[in-house]
Design a protein around this ligand. Structure first.
Ligand SMILES: *[C@@H]1O[C@H](CO)[C@@H](O)[C@H](O)[C@H]1NC(C)=O
Ligand SMILES: *[C@@H]1O[C@H](CO)[C@@H](O)[C@H](O)[C@H]1NC(C)=O
Ligand SMILES: *[C@@H]1O[C@H](CO)[C@@H](O)[C@H](O)[C@H]1NC(C)=O
Ligand SMILES: *[C@@H]1O[C@H](CO)[C@@H](O)[C@H](O)[C@H]1NC(C)=O
Ligand SMILES: *[C@@H]1O[C@H](CO)[C@@H](O)[C@H](O)[C@H]1NC(C)=O
Ligand SMILES: *[C@@H]1O[C@H](CO)[C@@H](O)[C@H](O)[C@H]1NC(C)=O
Ligand SMILES: *[C@@H]1O[C@H](CO)[C@@H](O)[C@H](O)[C@H]1NC(C)=O
Ligand SMILES: *[C@@H]1O[C@H](CO)[C@@H](O)[C@H](O)[C@H]1NC(C)=O
Ligand SMILES: *[C@@H]1O[C@H](CO)[C@@H](O)[C@H](O)[C@H]1NC(C)=O
Ligand SMILES: *[C@@H]1O[C@H](CO)[C@@H](O)[C@H](O)[C@H]1NC(C)=O
Ligand SMILES: *[C@@H]1O[C@H](CO)[C@@H](O)[C@H](O)[C@H]1NC(C)=O
Ligand SMILES: *[C@@H]1O[C@H](CO)[C@@H](O)[C@H](O)[C@H]1NC(C)=O
Length: 834
């Protein structure tokens, strides 16, 4: 009986259900109240300033920034660069704040967990969440997984910050944060017992002295009770308070929360928020002591980790193929050594006609070069397991990696195309294909594709490269190829414009270059493509002129690279292209101003919305919301956010709502049919002037008409199989969907190979995951479950992040059951009671 209820609730949760906003520090800034994001950002900035000041002092330098003055990402950037003599790149600071804030906001989805919000005097469980979260942050940093570390950090920050809003710590007159919350070895003393009465009713509107005098005098710690549905709480206990909180209508009435300045204890909001900033700084200091300055600053986004991954075909029809590939890849590695752009990690995945892997990972360039040198190629005319090798690389490499695929043959496993696209989209890694088929024949006039590389084989690689924002380069001269590749792995690369076309007519494109851009390069790929570039003041240069007034043009196979001269760049440029075959156009440059995009799930509530990052494709034709953050500036004006179909003509424009000076939530009426990119236009505000700028996502995104939802789960125990239910739904009743599941670790995972959708167009399956018993506690694992429609016409996935625990399960079955029952009650009430 109960399990039936549980299953029903999961389905409802995915389809219809939108729980109201949990009570917490707010998400949107309003009338002077501080939000979780502002609290987190302030703590980050102040802590970074402290660390850089200490570094400056230790090096006998002056530190120009007085702590606690108006700190911004750019003032910090300047001051810290001086401390470190510009050792640090600081452009990813916003990224770190955004990543942390997104998972911070996501905690609001755990509406009914008292521990996550320190409601209902649930101090012990709340403290456990914090200390376990801190351990997970430290393990992730040790493993170099900064994204996971930020995600755990965001969740910890939310719970920690809520303590100061929801407990009576501030009312007790405390002058420092409650550091017992981040120290598991300290006892939690002086907690109110279940029978201790803590509040009296508020006196009408005035709610300033409802906490009992004896509680204040004896410094007894309590927090407000909260319940959306039932006015139940133990006798004499304080409530959280707010229109949504049913317990606050019962004696003692009113509440004690300090979520914003209009809350019951809103007169203490500022003090609670300041205390929360100080507490977050103590938490950051604890992490810094455990990890050291360099790793800590990297967690804060102050250096860029970059990963270079190579996927190698180890069969070839060409005798000197492997030697050339080794030469190109080693020259790429050497060109970055000792520079600030040296990769922090290298990955190598070989494949041949039968097999792929294993994945080799190292941070040591010399070891990596040895691994590459020890590869040998066997002669074969058969196609290779190229997409399998690439899929393994994308799954196991960190998000936003640079991946280079070397092959001279067709892919055998083309059925994985949609899966590779989905993985590119979810990781935002960039893939470049180097088709080395013609290396050995370069001395001949006839460049023939000797290993049965047909146009459709090459098109597959081109399609995939475009989806990821990478390139397909048909290498004819390895020296020139190296030059192009080293451009592509430069730091701070941003995309100004990228389009692909299968033209019937000539077409004109325009793009705006702003003053922050340098080394602007235009790439045009296509077999027979003529073009002319026009500068903002009307100077033009034809594509056939290698050195002209606007720039220098290098031709590598079917790729033309135009390096624009650095003068007179700012303004609107035009390029007209005339081609008889398909082509792609890409304009990139170096700039600290970049744009981050995430699709988000909005949780609508009684007095505000909250959101969390969405880990599935949005539904075609329906509305959606995404989060946009502009880095590298303290404030920007965004005028347009557009979803532009990558190869069609559909353009959907979004409505923009500001979350902070650089962050925005954008609502889109409908997700386009085809693959699309996100394009953003606006103004960079400087003290004196404002200049137009534009950026675009390098990855193409895609919607789907399939929904894949999984049971919510975030902990797995090492050595113990974990079964997870998931549901696939679409309008195609009776269709047989291919199922795949994989993790970013080498963990065992089993799943049904296909599911047939029953009446109602949905089917349920189960994935079983086993983390090896020697897995370190706190290790993060990402599990992706995907469903592909018959004939590869559509694909969707859901990604879950789980943490491996070796201790006893933190969340007992009865706990999640109570969540389900509460959800169920809410569902009923939502339609019956309200
Ligand atoms: C609220 O109560 C406090 C303490 O009793 C009192 O000092 C204050 O004047 C009251 N404020 C209002 C607006 O009634
Ligand atoms: C603050 O804003 C909220 C709505 O956002 C409003 O209900 C409340 O009255 C405002 N409080 C003050 C003190 O202006
Ligand atoms: C936060 O810390 C600063 C610096 O130590 C201190 O001046 C300030 O009073 C603290 N704020 C609160 C609310 O405790
Ligand atoms: C190129 O190949 C074609 C047919 O494969 C042949 O007719 C032509 O003579 C070759 N050209 C050169 C320059 O070798
Ligand atoms: C390859 O390109 C380099 C640099 O442009 C040039 O010096 C070299 O002669 C080229 N090699 C061949 C075989 O064309
Ligand atoms: C980029 O531009 C700067 C100056 O604008 C120049 O010093 C630097 O060498 C360029 N980098 C590359 C890779 O061309
Ligand atoms: C750059 O601007 C100057 C002055 O406006 C002009 O004389 C020159 O021709 C321009 N150069 C190019 C390449 O547009
Ligand atoms: C999105 O669509 C749903 C119905 O499909 C509607 O209830 C909701 O209000 C829409 N949201 C926005 C932001 O337009
Ligand atoms: C883990 O999932 C449970 C429910 O499945 C949820 O209550 C809990 O808050 C989650 N924990 C974290 C850290 O998100
Ligand atoms: C998963 O599905 C199976 C069979 O459909 C069901 O017996 C089980 O209770 C489900 N588990 C959860 C956690 O929903
Ligand atoms: C499912 O929906 C799509 C788009 O709305 C439509 O083209 C297709 O025919 C539908 N399929 C079925 C089986 O209803
Ligand atoms: C679904 O497809 C798989 C292979 O694609 C096949 O093995 C399986 O029998 C099919 N199932 C049904 C119910 O048609």
């Amino acid at each position: 009986m109960i399990s039936l209820v549980v299953v029903a609730v999961f389905l409802l949760q995915g389809a219809l259900f939108q729980p109201p906003q949990a009570a917490a520090f707010k998400i949107f800034p309003a009338n002077g109240s501080l939000t979780h994001q502002q609290i987190t950002e302030a703590a980050f900035l102040r802590k970074i300033a402290e660390v850089c000041r200490d570094v400056a002092t230790a090096r006998g330098k002056d530190f120009a920034l007085p702590i606690n003055n108006k700190l911004t990402a750019t003032t910090i950037q300047r001051a810290c660069s001086d401390s470190y003599s510009s050792l640090l790149k600081l452009s990813t600071f916003n990224l770190a704040v955004v990543q942390t804030s997104l998972s911070n906001a996501a905690v609001d989805r755990n509406q009914f967990s008292t521990a996550h919000h320190f409601d209902n005097e649930d101090f012990k469980n709340g403290r456990d969440l914090i200390t376990q979260g801190i351990a997970a942050v430290k393990v992730s940093i040790k493993k170099g997984k900064y994204l996971s570390a930020r995600s755990s950090l965001g969740a910890v920050c939310h719970t920690l910050q809520d303590f100061y809003s929801h407990s009576n710590w501030v009312e007790l007159g405390s002058t420092a944060p409650f550091n017992t919350l981040i120290k598991p070895e300290l006892p939690l003393n002086n907690l109110a017992s279940p029978n201790t009465k803590t509040c009296k009713s508020c006196d009408g509107e005035n709610c300033t002295d409802n906490i009992l005098q004896e509680v204040l005098q004896q410094k007894i710690l309590t927090s407000g009770y909260f319940n959306l549905f039932l006015p139940t709480k133990p006798a004499g206990k304080c409530s959280h308070g707010s229109a949504l909180d049913r317990t606050s209508y019962r004696e003692p009435t009113g509440g004690i929360n300090k979520d914003d300045i209009s809350s019951n204890h809103g007169f203490l909001h500022k003090r609670a928020a300041e205390m929360a900033i100080n507490a977050t700084m103590e938490l950051l200091e604890d992490i810094r002591l455990a990890t050291g300055n360099v790793a800590f600053l990297r967690l804060m986004g102050l250096t860029q980790t970059s990963v270079l991954a190579f996927v190698f075909d180890t069969t070839s029809s060409l005798s000197n193929y492997i030697a050339e590939v080794k030469r190109v890849s080693i020259s790429i590695i050497d060109s970055r050594r000792g520079t600030s752009e040296e990769p922090t990690e290298y990955i190598l995945v070989p494949f041949n006609g039968q097999d792929f892997g294993p994945l080799i990972k190292t941070g040591d360039a010399d070891i990596f070069k040895e691994k590459i040198n020890s590869l040998s190629a066997s002669d074969s005319l058969n196609p290779g397991m190229c997409l399998s090798g690439l899929l393994l690389t994308l799954t196991r490499a960190p998000p936003s990696s640079d991946v280079f695929v070397f092959t001279d043959g067709a892919a055998k496993d083309t059925e994985l195309k949609r899966a590779v696209e989905a993985m590119m989209q979810s990781t935002q890694s960039k893939v470049t294909f180097l088709l080395t088929n013609s290396i050995s024949t370069r001395s001949q006039q006839n460049v023939s594709l000797s290993r049965s590389l047909s146009q459709s084989d090459i098109q597959l690689y081109r399609d995939l490269a475009h989806v990821s924002g990478g390139q397909t380069i048909e290498v004819t001269n390895s020296t020139q190829a190296t030059a192009v590749i080293t451009d592509l792995i430069t730091a701070d690369l941003v995309t100004v414009l990228q389009v692909e076309r299968s033209p019937l007519k000539a077409e004109n494109f325009s793009f705006v270059l702003d003053p922050t851009l340098s080394n602007v390069t235009v790439y045009i790929t296509g077999d027979s493509t003529a073009f002319t570039i026009y500068s903002p003041i009307g100077v033009s240069q034809s594509g056939s002129v290698a050195d002209g007034p606007l720039g220098s043009i290098l031709t590598v196979g079917n790729l033309k690279r135009v390096k624009l001269n650095s003068d007179n760049q700012t303004g609107e440029w035009k390029i007209s292209i005339d081609s008889t075959s398909s082509f792609s156009l890409k304009v990139i440059g170096q700039s600290s101003v970049d744009v981050l995009f995430y699709f988000v799930e909005i949780v609508e509530g009684g007095h505000g919305d909250s959101w969390g990052q969405s880990f599935t494709r949005p539904f075609i034709g329906r509305n959606a919301t995404f989060y946009v953050s502009v880095t590298g500036r303290d404030s920007v004006t965004v005028t347009d956010v557009l979803l532009v179909e990558a190869s069609g003509s559909d353009v959907v424009s979004g409505t923009i709502k500001s979350v902070s000076a650089t962050d925005f939530l954008v609502n889109i009426d409908r997700i386009p049919e085809g693959a699309f990119v996100v394009q953003l236009k606006g103004l960079l505000n400087d003290s004196s002037s404002a200049s137009r700028f534009q950026r675009q996502s390098h990855t193409q995104h895609k919607g789907s008409r399939i929904t894949v939802t999984a049971q919510s789960q975030n902990i797995t125990q090492a050595g113990v199989p974990l079964s997870l239910n998931f549901t696939v739904a679409s309008n195609a009743t009776g269709s047989n969907y291919t199922i795949r599941a994989r993790t970013d670790q080498d963990f065992g995972v089993s799943f049904p190979s296909s599911l047939t959708l029953g009446t109602g167009g949905s089917a349920q399956g189960s994935v079983t995951l086993i983390a090896p018993s020697d897995t370190e506690s706190g290790t993060d694992v990402t599990l992706t479950i995907e469903a592909e429609a018959p004939g590869s016409t559509d694909l969707n996935y859901v990604t879950l992040r789980l943490t491996v625990s070796t201790a006893n399960a933190i969340f007992s079955g009865s706990y999640s059951l109570s969540i389900c029952l509460t959800f169920f009650c809410f569902f009923i009430c939502h339609f019956v009671c309200f």
